[in-house]
Design a protein around this ligand. Sequence first.
Ligand code: ATP
Ligand code: MG
Length: 336
Amino acid sequence: MKTILTGIRSNSVLTLGNYLGALLPMVRLANEHSKDSNVNIFVPDLHSIISDVDGDLRENTIRTLKYYLAAGLEINENVHIYRQSYVPAHSELCWILDCVATMGETSRMIQFKEKSKGQESCNVGIFNYPILMAADILLYDAEYIPLGEDQFQHIELARNIAIRFNNRFGEIFTVPAKTADQVKFMEVDNAIRIRDLLNPEKKMSKSTLAEGSKIMLDDDPSRAAKKIMSATTDSLGKVKFDMFNQPGISNLLQIEALVTNTPLQDVIATWNGETRYGELKTKVASSVSEMLTVFQSKMAGISDGDVYDLLAAGEKYANDVANKKLLEVQKAFHLR
Ligand code: ATP
Ligand code: MG
Protein backbone atom coordinates (compact mmCIF):
# COMPACT_ATOMS: atom_id res chain seq x y z
CA MET A 1 0.00 0.00 0.00
CA LYS A 2 1.33 3.45 -0.94
CA THR A 3 1.84 6.10 1.73
CA ILE A 4 0.91 9.74 1.33
CA LEU A 5 2.23 12.09 3.97
CA THR A 6 1.51 15.72 4.68
CA GLY A 7 1.74 18.21 7.51
CA ILE A 8 1.36 21.84 8.32
CA ARG A 9 3.14 23.80 11.02
CA SER A 10 0.96 25.01 13.84
CA ASN A 11 2.77 28.17 14.87
CA SER A 12 -0.40 30.28 14.87
CA VAL A 13 -3.97 30.52 13.65
CA LEU A 14 -4.04 29.92 9.89
CA THR A 15 -5.19 32.34 7.20
CA LEU A 16 -7.83 31.91 4.54
CA GLY A 17 -4.85 31.55 2.16
CA ASN A 18 -3.47 28.58 4.12
CA TYR A 19 -6.93 27.06 4.20
CA LEU A 20 -7.74 27.44 0.51
CA GLY A 21 -4.21 26.82 -0.76
CA ALA A 22 -3.01 24.06 1.54
CA LEU A 23 -5.52 22.58 3.94
CA LEU A 24 -8.47 22.10 1.61
CA PRO A 25 -6.46 20.56 -1.27
CA MET A 26 -4.75 18.18 1.21
CA VAL A 27 -8.07 17.08 2.65
CA ARG A 28 -9.45 16.50 -0.85
CA LEU A 29 -6.42 14.34 -1.74
CA ALA A 30 -6.57 12.46 1.55
CA ASN A 31 -10.24 11.63 1.06
CA GLU A 32 -9.61 10.56 -2.53
CA HIS A 33 -6.78 8.18 -1.64
CA SER A 34 -7.44 6.85 1.86
CA LYS A 35 -9.41 3.86 0.59
CA ASP A 36 -6.30 2.21 -0.81
CA SER A 37 -3.36 4.18 0.61
CA ASN A 38 -2.02 5.10 3.99
CA VAL A 39 -2.61 8.78 4.61
CA ASN A 40 -0.31 10.17 7.30
CA ILE A 41 -1.28 13.60 8.55
CA PHE A 42 1.11 14.89 11.15
CA VAL A 43 1.77 18.14 12.93
CA PRO A 44 5.47 18.91 12.66
CA ASP A 45 5.77 20.49 16.09
CA LEU A 46 9.56 20.10 16.14
CA HIS A 47 9.65 22.18 12.97
CA SER A 48 7.62 24.84 14.75
CA ILE A 49 10.30 25.66 17.25
CA ILE A 50 12.81 26.82 14.64
CA SER A 51 10.83 30.08 14.70
CA ASP A 52 8.54 31.98 17.05
CA VAL A 53 5.30 30.37 18.13
CA ASP A 54 2.20 32.49 18.66
CA GLY A 55 0.39 31.19 21.72
CA ASP A 56 0.76 27.72 23.23
CA LEU A 57 2.24 25.19 20.81
CA ARG A 58 0.30 22.23 22.22
CA GLU A 59 -2.99 24.06 21.92
CA ASN A 60 -2.14 25.28 18.43
CA THR A 61 -1.42 21.70 17.44
CA ILE A 62 -4.81 20.47 18.59
CA ARG A 63 -6.49 23.39 16.81
CA THR A 64 -4.63 22.60 13.58
CA LEU A 65 -5.86 19.02 13.73
CA LYS A 66 -9.39 20.30 14.26
CA TYR A 67 -8.95 22.38 11.08
CA TYR A 68 -8.43 19.21 9.08
CA LEU A 69 -11.55 17.65 10.54
CA ALA A 70 -13.61 20.82 10.07
CA ALA A 71 -12.35 20.98 6.47
CA GLY A 72 -13.93 17.57 5.88
CA LEU A 73 -11.16 15.04 6.45
CA GLU A 74 -12.78 11.60 6.46
CA ILE A 75 -11.35 9.23 9.03
CA ASN A 76 -10.92 5.53 8.33
CA GLU A 77 -8.38 2.88 9.39
CA ASN A 78 -5.86 4.10 6.79
CA VAL A 79 -5.78 7.69 8.04
CA HIS A 80 -3.11 8.23 10.69
CA ILE A 81 -2.88 11.43 12.69
CA TYR A 82 0.12 12.13 14.92
CA ARG A 83 2.40 14.74 16.42
CA GLN A 84 6.01 14.60 15.32
CA SER A 85 7.48 15.08 18.80
CA TYR A 86 5.50 12.09 20.06
CA VAL A 87 7.40 9.83 17.66
CA PRO A 88 11.03 10.07 18.84
CA ALA A 89 12.30 8.12 15.81
CA HIS A 90 11.99 11.34 13.75
CA SER A 91 14.70 13.04 15.80
CA GLU A 92 16.88 9.94 15.92
CA LEU A 93 16.75 9.36 12.18
CA CYS A 94 17.41 13.07 11.62
CA TRP A 95 20.78 12.73 13.35
CA ILE A 96 21.70 9.67 11.34
CA LEU A 97 20.71 11.39 8.08
CA ASP A 98 22.79 14.40 9.16
CA CYS A 99 25.69 12.03 8.75
CA VAL A 100 24.55 11.06 5.24
CA ALA A 101 23.62 14.48 3.84
CA THR A 102 26.37 16.86 2.76
CA MET A 103 26.95 20.50 3.71
CA GLY A 104 27.03 21.34 0.01
CA GLU A 105 23.55 20.09 -0.80
CA THR A 106 22.01 21.36 2.44
CA SER A 107 23.51 24.83 2.02
CA ARG A 108 21.79 25.15 -1.34
CA MET A 109 18.28 25.17 0.20
CA ILE A 110 16.49 28.35 -0.82
CA GLN A 111 14.26 28.29 2.27
CA PHE A 112 17.37 28.35 4.45
CA LYS A 113 18.79 31.29 2.54
CA GLU A 114 15.50 33.16 2.79
CA LYS A 115 14.77 32.35 6.41
CA SER A 116 18.29 33.14 7.63
CA LYS A 117 18.68 36.31 5.56
CA GLY A 118 19.13 39.40 7.71
CA GLN A 119 19.17 37.40 10.96
CA GLU A 120 22.10 38.34 13.13
CA SER A 121 22.29 34.87 14.58
CA CYS A 122 20.29 32.06 13.06
CA ASN A 123 19.55 28.84 14.95
CA VAL A 124 20.95 25.57 13.60
CA GLY A 125 17.42 24.19 13.28
CA ILE A 126 16.72 26.58 10.41
CA PHE A 127 19.62 25.00 8.57
CA ASN A 128 18.90 21.43 9.63
CA TYR A 129 15.14 21.20 9.29
CA PRO A 130 15.19 19.87 5.71
CA ILE A 131 17.05 16.83 7.07
CA LEU A 132 14.42 16.38 9.79
CA MET A 133 11.90 16.64 6.98
CA ALA A 134 13.72 13.88 5.10
CA ALA A 135 13.41 11.74 8.25
CA ASP A 136 9.68 12.59 8.50
CA ILE A 137 9.22 11.26 4.98
CA LEU A 138 11.63 8.30 4.83
CA LEU A 139 10.55 6.70 8.12
CA TYR A 140 7.18 5.87 6.58
CA ASP A 141 8.28 5.00 3.02
CA ALA A 142 6.11 7.90 1.86
CA GLU A 143 5.95 8.25 -1.90
CA TYR A 144 3.75 11.31 -2.24
CA ILE A 145 4.15 14.36 -0.05
CA PRO A 146 1.61 16.98 -1.10
CA LEU A 147 3.03 20.33 0.04
CA GLY A 148 3.45 23.85 -1.27
CA GLU A 149 5.93 24.51 -4.07
CA ASP A 150 8.28 26.20 -1.57
CA GLN A 151 8.91 22.70 -0.19
CA PHE A 152 9.73 20.91 -3.47
CA GLN A 153 13.46 21.46 -3.07
CA HIS A 154 13.31 19.71 0.31
CA ILE A 155 11.54 16.72 -1.22
CA GLU A 156 14.32 16.55 -3.83
CA LEU A 157 16.84 16.58 -0.97
CA ALA A 158 15.00 13.70 0.73
CA ARG A 159 15.11 11.79 -2.56
CA ASN A 160 18.85 12.34 -2.90
CA ILE A 161 19.51 11.26 0.66
CA ALA A 162 17.40 8.12 0.19
CA ILE A 163 19.15 7.22 -3.06
CA ARG A 164 22.61 7.72 -1.52
CA PHE A 165 21.67 5.70 1.56
CA ASN A 166 20.22 2.86 -0.51
CA ASN A 167 23.30 2.76 -2.75
CA ARG A 168 25.44 2.28 0.31
CA PHE A 169 23.26 -0.06 2.38
CA GLY A 170 20.69 -1.68 0.09
CA GLU A 171 17.04 -0.86 -0.51
CA ILE A 172 16.04 0.34 2.94
CA PHE A 173 14.15 3.51 2.01
CA THR A 174 11.39 4.04 -0.52
CA VAL A 175 12.54 6.92 -2.71
CA PRO A 176 9.82 9.60 -2.82
CA ALA A 177 8.34 10.45 -6.23
CA LYS A 178 10.04 13.11 -8.37
CA THR A 179 8.75 16.68 -8.22
CA ALA A 180 6.99 16.38 -11.60
CA ASP A 181 5.14 13.28 -10.37
CA GLN A 182 4.32 14.95 -7.07
CA VAL A 183 2.69 17.78 -9.00
CA LYS A 184 0.79 15.30 -11.19
CA PHE A 185 -0.38 13.51 -8.07
CA MET A 186 -1.72 16.74 -6.61
CA GLU A 187 -3.72 17.33 -9.82
CA VAL A 188 -2.90 21.01 -9.90
CA ASP A 189 -1.83 23.05 -12.92
CA ASN A 190 -1.04 26.10 -10.89
CA ALA A 191 -0.53 26.29 -7.17
CA ILE A 192 -3.26 28.42 -5.61
CA ARG A 193 -1.86 31.70 -4.32
CA ILE A 194 -4.36 33.80 -2.41
CA ARG A 195 -3.20 37.42 -2.46
CA ASP A 196 -2.74 39.95 0.31
CA LEU A 197 -5.99 41.97 0.42
CA LEU A 198 -4.24 45.33 0.72
CA ASN A 199 -1.20 44.59 -1.46
CA PRO A 200 -2.46 42.05 -3.98
CA GLU A 201 0.90 41.83 -5.73
CA LYS A 202 2.03 39.80 -2.71
CA LYS A 203 0.58 36.58 -1.37
CA MET A 204 -1.52 36.56 1.79
CA SER A 205 0.77 35.54 4.70
CA LYS A 206 -0.02 34.98 8.32
CA SER A 207 3.16 36.84 9.31
CA THR A 208 2.09 40.05 7.54
CA LEU A 209 1.40 42.58 10.25
CA ALA A 210 -1.40 44.63 8.64
CA GLU A 211 -4.68 43.11 9.88
CA GLY A 212 -6.56 44.21 6.77
CA SER A 213 -4.19 42.21 4.58
CA LYS A 214 -5.30 38.80 5.71
CA ILE A 215 -8.35 36.87 6.84
CA MET A 216 -7.72 34.57 9.77
CA LEU A 217 -9.80 31.42 10.22
CA ASP A 218 -10.94 32.66 13.61
CA ASP A 219 -11.93 36.13 12.39
CA ASP A 220 -15.42 37.18 13.26
CA PRO A 221 -17.33 36.62 9.96
CA SER A 222 -18.57 40.22 9.85
CA ARG A 223 -15.05 41.50 10.40
CA ALA A 224 -13.81 39.27 7.58
CA ALA A 225 -16.55 40.70 5.35
CA LYS A 226 -15.35 44.23 6.11
CA LYS A 227 -11.80 43.27 5.14
CA ILE A 228 -13.07 42.06 1.75
CA MET A 229 -15.04 45.30 1.29
CA SER A 230 -11.81 47.26 1.96
CA ALA A 231 -9.66 45.11 -0.35
CA THR A 232 -7.44 47.00 -2.79
CA THR A 233 -8.63 46.73 -6.40
CA ASP A 234 -7.61 48.94 -9.34
CA SER A 235 -8.77 51.92 -11.35
CA LEU A 236 -9.38 50.09 -14.62
CA GLY A 237 -13.09 49.91 -13.84
CA LYS A 238 -13.89 46.59 -15.53
CA VAL A 239 -13.78 43.13 -14.00
CA LYS A 240 -11.33 40.84 -15.76
CA PHE A 241 -9.41 37.81 -14.48
CA ASP A 242 -5.88 39.02 -14.99
CA MET A 243 -3.54 38.34 -12.05
CA PHE A 244 -0.86 40.52 -13.60
CA ASN A 245 -2.79 43.73 -14.35
CA GLN A 246 -5.74 43.30 -11.96
CA PRO A 247 -4.44 41.17 -9.09
CA GLY A 248 -6.92 42.53 -6.52
CA ILE A 249 -10.01 41.80 -8.62
CA SER A 250 -8.60 38.46 -9.80
CA ASN A 251 -7.93 37.49 -6.19
CA LEU A 252 -11.57 38.20 -5.29
CA LEU A 253 -12.77 36.03 -8.18
CA GLN A 254 -10.41 33.28 -7.08
CA ILE A 255 -11.59 33.47 -3.46
CA GLU A 256 -15.25 33.46 -4.55
CA ALA A 257 -14.68 30.33 -6.65
CA LEU A 258 -12.90 28.46 -3.86
CA VAL A 259 -15.14 29.35 -0.93
CA THR A 260 -18.32 28.59 -2.87
CA ASN A 261 -16.77 25.51 -4.48
CA THR A 262 -17.61 26.80 -7.97
CA PRO A 263 -15.31 26.32 -10.99
CA LEU A 264 -13.25 29.49 -11.45
CA GLN A 265 -14.31 29.71 -15.11
CA ASP A 266 -17.98 29.94 -14.05
CA VAL A 267 -17.25 32.71 -11.56
CA ILE A 268 -15.26 34.59 -14.20
CA ALA A 269 -18.09 34.19 -16.70
CA THR A 270 -20.58 35.63 -14.20
CA TRP A 271 -18.55 38.74 -13.39
CA ASN A 272 -16.54 39.43 -16.55
CA GLY A 273 -16.99 43.01 -17.78
CA GLU A 274 -18.92 44.12 -14.66
CA THR A 275 -18.11 47.76 -13.93
CA ARG A 276 -19.37 48.01 -10.34
CA TYR A 277 -16.60 46.54 -8.21
CA GLY A 278 -18.77 47.11 -5.11
CA GLU A 279 -21.22 44.43 -6.20
CA LEU A 280 -18.49 41.87 -6.65
CA LYS A 281 -17.02 42.78 -3.26
CA THR A 282 -20.42 42.48 -1.57
CA LYS A 283 -20.90 39.02 -3.05
CA VAL A 284 -17.41 37.80 -2.09
CA ALA A 285 -17.76 39.33 1.40
CA SER A 286 -20.99 37.45 1.94
CA SER A 287 -19.53 34.17 0.60
CA VAL A 288 -16.48 34.42 2.83
CA SER A 289 -18.50 35.31 5.90
CA GLU A 290 -20.87 32.42 5.22
CA MET A 291 -17.97 30.00 4.76
CA LEU A 292 -16.36 31.17 8.00
CA THR A 293 -19.63 30.86 9.89
CA VAL A 294 -20.04 27.25 8.79
CA PHE A 295 -16.36 26.44 9.36
CA GLN A 296 -16.29 27.96 12.82
CA SER A 297 -19.43 26.15 13.88
CA LYS A 298 -17.85 22.87 12.71
CA MET A 299 -14.74 23.73 14.72
CA ALA A 300 -16.85 24.34 17.80
CA GLY A 301 -18.45 20.91 17.36
CA ILE A 302 -15.11 19.08 17.57
CA SER A 303 -13.86 18.50 21.10
CA ASP A 304 -10.26 18.21 22.24
CA GLY A 305 -11.19 14.68 23.30
CA ASP A 306 -12.11 13.78 19.69
CA VAL A 307 -8.64 14.84 18.61
CA TYR A 308 -6.86 13.06 21.47
CA ASP A 309 -8.67 9.82 20.58
CA LEU A 310 -7.36 10.06 17.02
CA LEU A 311 -3.87 10.90 18.28
CA ALA A 312 -3.78 7.90 20.60
CA ALA A 313 -4.38 5.51 17.71
CA GLY A 314 -2.27 7.49 15.24
CA GLU A 315 0.75 7.80 17.50
CA LYS A 316 0.72 4.11 18.30
CA TYR A 317 0.68 3.31 14.59
CA ALA A 318 3.36 5.92 13.79
CA ASN A 319 5.72 4.67 16.50
CA ASP A 320 5.32 1.06 15.33
CA VAL A 321 6.12 1.88 11.71
CA ALA A 322 8.85 4.43 12.45
CA ASN A 323 10.67 2.31 15.03
CA LYS A 324 10.78 -0.62 12.63
CA LYS A 325 12.38 1.52 9.94
CA LEU A 326 14.74 3.16 12.41
CA LEU A 327 15.97 -0.25 13.56
CA GLU A 328 16.81 -1.21 9.96
CA VAL A 329 18.82 1.99 9.63
CA GLN A 330 20.57 1.48 12.97
CA LYS A 331 21.50 -2.03 11.89
CA ALA A 332 22.89 -0.74 8.62
CA PHE A 333 25.26 1.50 10.57
CA HIS A 334 26.07 -1.28 13.08
CA LEU A 335 24.54 0.73 15.90
CA ARG A 336 22.43 -2.35 16.59
P1 ATP B 1 4.45 32.71 7.02
O1 ATP B 1 4.14 34.16 6.75
O2 ATP B 1 4.76 32.41 8.44
O3 ATP B 1 5.43 32.13 6.05
P2 ATP B 1 2.32 31.53 5.51
O4 ATP B 1 0.93 32.08 5.57
O5 ATP B 1 3.14 31.79 4.28
O6 ATP B 1 3.07 31.98 6.82
P3 ATP B 1 3.27 28.82 5.73
O7 ATP B 1 3.31 28.23 7.09
O8 ATP B 1 4.55 29.33 5.11
O9 ATP B 1 2.18 30.00 5.74
O10 ATP B 1 2.62 27.81 4.74
C1 ATP B 1 1.67 26.84 5.10
C2 ATP B 1 1.03 26.30 3.84
O11 ATP B 1 0.11 27.26 3.30
C3 ATP B 1 2.01 25.98 2.73
O12 ATP B 1 1.62 24.77 2.11
C4 ATP B 1 1.86 27.13 1.76
O13 ATP B 1 2.16 26.73 0.43
C5 ATP B 1 0.39 27.50 1.94
N1 ATP B 1 0.14 28.92 1.70
C6 ATP B 1 0.68 29.93 2.41
N2 ATP B 1 0.20 31.11 1.98
C7 ATP B 1 -0.66 30.84 0.97
C8 ATP B 1 -1.48 31.66 0.12
N3 ATP B 1 -1.49 32.99 0.24
N4 ATP B 1 -2.26 31.05 -0.80
C9 ATP B 1 -2.24 29.71 -0.92
N5 ATP B 1 -1.50 28.88 -0.16
C10 ATP B 1 -0.72 29.43 0.79
MG1 MG C 1 5.28 31.09 4.17
